[in-house]
Write a new protein. Structure first.
Length: 114
């Protein structure tokens, strides 16, 4: 039972962290992971889903959300126009830099896990 209570505490700490993160940066953790996932180089939705460990369906929804915020842009593949690739916009790079510089405090319950 003790482990179950600790898991509950971790879950609550993560929920609180995500709320604080969203308030401070205007992004969910998944949206921020999308930015991190394409920070080095453009990639396809499938590659991005694998990088950040989301299902393709879930990743697609998050990609659309971040794209609507103007933080990423999609381009068509040069060899195959059915392929889409994603990269950060200037605003996306700026937002990611801001997150890296001013991240919210990690709750104690999560610090021990990192």
């Amino acid at each position: 039972m003790d482990k179950l209570c600790k898991i509950r505490d971790i879950q609550k700490a993560l929920e609180n962290y995500e709320i604080a993160f969203d308030k401070k940066f205007g992004l969910s953790l998944k949206e921020a992971m999308i930015l991190c996932g394409i920070s080095e180089a453009e990639c396809s939705a499938t590659e991005l889903a694998e990088k950040i460990d989301l299902t393709c369906s879930n990743c697609s929804k998050v990609i659309n959300s971040v794209e609507k915020k103007g933080l990423i842009q999609r381009t068509l593949g040069t060899n195959d126009k059915r392929n889409m690739f994603f990269r950060l916009t200037a605003d996306g790079k700026e937002k990611l830099d801001y997150i890296i510089r001013y991240k919210p405090e990690i709750p104690e319950a999560l610090k021990n896990l990192l």
